[in-house]
Structures are given as C-alpha cells and as structure tokens.
Ligand binder design. Structure first.
Ligand SMILES: [Zn+2]
Ligand SMILES: [Zn+2]
Length: 330
C-alpha cells in the first residue's frame, strides 16, 4: 500500500509500505480521510520521543471496513487503544487506562496510509450519508467535548452564563468554542497569533476573535479559560485572565514547564485541570454532534491528497494555511 511515512525530522516520504496484517480481534479499514494533528507536527519536528522514525503517523481517521466482521461498514476510528480491564477502563475513564496507547505512535503504525488495522471495539459506525472528511475530525473534537464536560463539573454556574476564553484556534480550540456556543455561551473570546486562523475563527462565528500579540486581555475577567496550546506563554495568559474562583482547562501539549502563578491559583481558588483525549462516550456523542450540524458547516477543514501530505506538513509548519484542520485522503 501507499503510505506517508515520517522518515526523519522534517521529512515525510510518500512510499510503498507492507499492507497491515490485522490481528485476530482486528479488522482492516480502507482509510478515506485522516487528519493532521498538532502531535503529528510535534513528531515531525523530532520533538516526540514516543514517535520514532520510520513511522506512519496519523490517528484521526475515518474509512470503510474491507475485511473481517462488518465488511462494508463505514466507520470512524477511536485511536486510543485501551485494555478494557484495568480500574480506569472499568470505571468509565478509559482515557486514563494504565496501558493506553495511540495509533501512529511507536510501535503502532498510524492512519496516513491506504489501509489501517484496528480492533473492532475501537470503531464507531458513521450515520448514513456522513462525509468521512467530517467524521475524521471526531478525534480532536471529542477532545474538546471531553474538556467541556470536565469544565461543566468544575464551574459553579451553567456554561451558558460564563464569560469564556479559548486560547488557540486550531481544531481543538475552535471546536471547544463551537461547543460552548452550541451550549448557549454568548460571551466568548478566542485568540490566536496566526492571522489566517483568526480569519477562519471569525468566519466560524464563535465570538470575539483577538490577536494576543496586539491586544491584552483584562486581567481576572474570565470564568472559564481553555488553553488549547499548552505553552509557558499561554499558561501565563490563562492564569492571568481567569477570575477568582474560575477554571482553567489545560489541553495543549506544547511544553511542560513554566507559566503558572501558583500563588494566584491558591489565593484566588483557581481550579486548574489537565485534560487528555476522551472516553468512548465522548467519542460517540461527538460523531452525533458533528453529523447533526450543531457545530456549523465545518468549512474550517481542508481536504488534500495523501500523496501531497509532505507539503501539508510544511504549510502547517509555516502557518500558511487558514484551515484549522488539514485532512489527507489516499
Ligand atoms: Zn490528535
Ligand atoms: Zn485499561
């Protein structure tokens, strides 16, 4: 099969690879769409010790089962492989599974390929007529939905009443803003340093869009802040922007240290919550939400051929695409 292989830092090679061989509990999927994630970009720069070249990256996929039970079924892939048996899996928090693993991470090949093998229990059937390109953003959007679910438990008022800020207008940040809007939030701001992405966020109509390099936010003025970047600078902004008693949700994985004013967090009872991926419940709810049109037209997704995936990585790296998500199709 053809695949887009991460061969060394800053190098993606479109080449022939052996077809995947499904294990006993797995099926073979013909990939129709696979999105490029921020974590794939992190690997591309050689900054992810969990993704060692040569490796087929990609974990945001939709396609059709072509062998094994359910042949012909159109599915979206939950890429989070969990054991199904540990205390977290059994307790409804499978995203914290003690042996969790994501496809497209060494040693498990990912979805930037014509074919992908997956356990059947990781697949969700697509509603009739759902575009696989739309379905392929289920993974990042489920991350946003999981974040909103956690935030809703930590805030003291209904989400719709909150003054909210989202930092970062990539797919996860933009989807978080779209979900908040869908939940009735009207006092919503979203910031991004990339001009093109800000335009995309403006078009999506999520709220006030601002450029953090030009505008400073009023300190301590937001009930809920979602950091979808997760760098030292954005953590600092998040903690400064949050009101006393407010909630900061930290999703991004840009870097690991700095930016936290622990004194403010303590004295002002700020809740700081780290959040990672989603459960299967979030995942199914996201498919339904995307298909219902609740999050709008999804025109912030750009589809490109898998063979041109290398150029897509370069464009994302240079910030020269307005798309919040580029999806590759074999
Ligand atoms: Zn992802
Ligand atoms: Zn488990």
């Amino acid at each position: 099969m053809k695949a887009l292989v991460y061969t060394q830092p800053e190098e993606m090679t479109f080449r022939d690879e052996p077809d995947p061989e499904p294990a006993a509990d797995e099926v073979l999927i013909k990939v129709e769409a696979a999105g490029i994630c921020g974590s794939d970009m992190h690997a591309y720069h050689g900054h992810d010790e969990r993704r060692i070249p040569p490796l087929i990256l990609g974990h945001e996929a939709a396609g059709t089962i072509v062998s094994g039970p359910g042949t012909g079924r159109r599915v979206v892939v939950n890429p989070l492989m969990t054991c199904g048996q540990c205390d977290y899996c059994l307790g409804g928090r499978s995203n914290l599974c003690r042996s969790r693993q994501i496809i497209g991470m060494t040693p498990r090949e990912g979805a930037f390929a014509e074919y992908l093998r997956m356990p059947e229990r990781n697949l969700v059937t697509l509603p009739e007529g759902m575009d696989p390109v739309h379905a392929s953003v289920t993974e990042p959007v489920a991350t946003s939905l999981h974040t909103i679910h956690l935030a809703a438990r930590a805030v003291y008022r209904p989400l719709a009443e909150l003054r909210s800020l989202v930092i970062g207008a990539g797919a996860v940040g933009l989807a978080a803003a779209l979900i908040l809007r869908h939940q009735g939030c009207t006092d919503l701001s979203i910031g991004d340093t990339n001009d093109l992405r800000r335009k995309t966020a403006e078009r999506a109509g999520v709220g006030a869009v601002y450029d953090p390099r030009r505008e400073t936010l009023e300190d301590a003025s937001f009930d809920l802040v979602i950091d979808a970047v997760g760098g030292e600078v954005t953590r600092k902004v998040a903690v400064e922007a949050v009101k006393p008693g407010g909630v900061v949700m930290h999703i991004g994985l840009m870097d690991s240290a700095g930016g936290l004013d622990i004194r403010k967090i303590t004295l002002q009872e700020v809740t700081f919550i780290g959040t990672y991926t989603y459960t299967m419940v979030d995942f199914r709810a996201t498919v339904a939400m995307l298909n219902s049109g609740a999050l709008g037209s999804l025109d912030w997704i750009e589809q490109r051929p898998l063979a041109e995936g290398g150029a897509a990585f370069q464009d994302i790296d240079r910030g020269s695409t307005p798309a919040a998500k580029i999806v590759l199709s074999p």
